[in-house]
Design a protein around this ligand. Sequence first.
Ligand code: GDP
Length: 444
Amino acid sequence: MFEGLTGRLGDIFDKLRRRGALTEEDVSAALREVRVAMLEADVALPVVKQFVTQVKERAVGQEVLKSVTPGQQVIKIVHDNLVEMLGEGAEINLNAAAPVPILMVGLQGSGKTTSTAKIALRLKTKDRKKVLMASLDVRRPAAQEQLKVLGEQTGVATLPIVPGQDPVAIAKRAIETGRLEGYDVVMLDTAGRLAIDEELMAEVAAVRDATKPVETLLVADAMTGQDAVTVATNFNDKVGITGIVLTRIDGDARGGAALSMRQITGKPIKLLGVGEKIDALEPFHPDRIAGRILGMGDVVSLVEKAVETIDKDEAEKLARKMEKGQGFDLDDMAMQLKQLRKMGGMSGLMGMLPGIGKIKDQLKDANVDDGMIKRQEAIISSMTKAERKNPDLIKASRRKRIAAGSGTSVQEVNKLLKQFETMRGMMKQVQKLGKKGMLRGGLG
Ligand code: GDP
């Protein structure tokens, strides 16, 4: 996410930080570079202009240049302005009588149907809402079927398909079903087109008038950059939108759509699609995004993700084992690898860690990637139970067998065992500290 911009800004600010004192000219020079970096990231020109002017005013106007750490201060100003530019984070509005209608609009292929199911799942699990989904797409033959499959996957109800109905009739039936069967929310997934046309807009407007949605969410593909912003502007002019769901953020190295959207359309980004998986949806937090863009990391999201994914029972089991002074074994390591993978793997985590943008390429060279986690899990599962409990058993011939069994090489097996030794050493340290009482209560 936004790697390109993060790398460029990182270089610019490194230079700034290295200079002790800063003159106005230093700041101007840096901001000229920021301007180019943002334009290359496909941020809209008026947005870039306003941004650079504001940062400059604030940097020169305050006592920044005379301060002890002018470089840091300038970065903070950039950060705060990025947050402003991204707008406030906004929740989905459910303030209406049930069933609350939510209309999903956007171009075909933007991720509209996937996002509909992602949001429904989120409302169901996080907000404990009873959600009904309905596809109003009568043009693409498989569209209604696709939503039904997603409903089965997520355990969210979908409106039974009745062939031959037009979008407005389906929408009315969905609301009526929602009312009769006590649903909290009804999500209406409208048809998309490859490009905006009048017929599409008229159809969406007719559905809107028939259902009076509380939210009309425009789904746009972040990877299309400024086109996504144009699409949002068009939909807003023609049918009126209340918020934006920006998808494929996971593949968006530039960030232009995310950074321009709010200022150009005046509508808030509400959610980010960050992957193909059905739970790959994040609320939009401008301060965290700004932190990620500036390579300051997003430790808050990281911790939240950990709380959501980490298997508490497993973690407690390990903590108890450590407390009792029992050894860390390969089963424990396998469990930790699994947790790591569940949290989005290395690539997912790295974007959230401070300063990691710069060393990402090095990590890639060192083969610290998601494929490696899977291979390591395969290696451990090719060991016998006795070997996992007592890794010292694993001598040369066993290493060969394990490599063959897991489709890896002896070198990789050796590497894993070495890594295991390091982890075991660290666990021993923790245990020692624990005995001294320094970590009492802190391990659970
Ligand atoms: P629609 O035509 O707008 O309804 O688009 P779909 O929901 O069918 O999505 C089109 C493709 O984009 C599917 O293969 C989805 O898995 C994929 N997709 C949707 N959202 C995301 C996302 O946030 N990240 C990634 N990487 N893929 C996504």
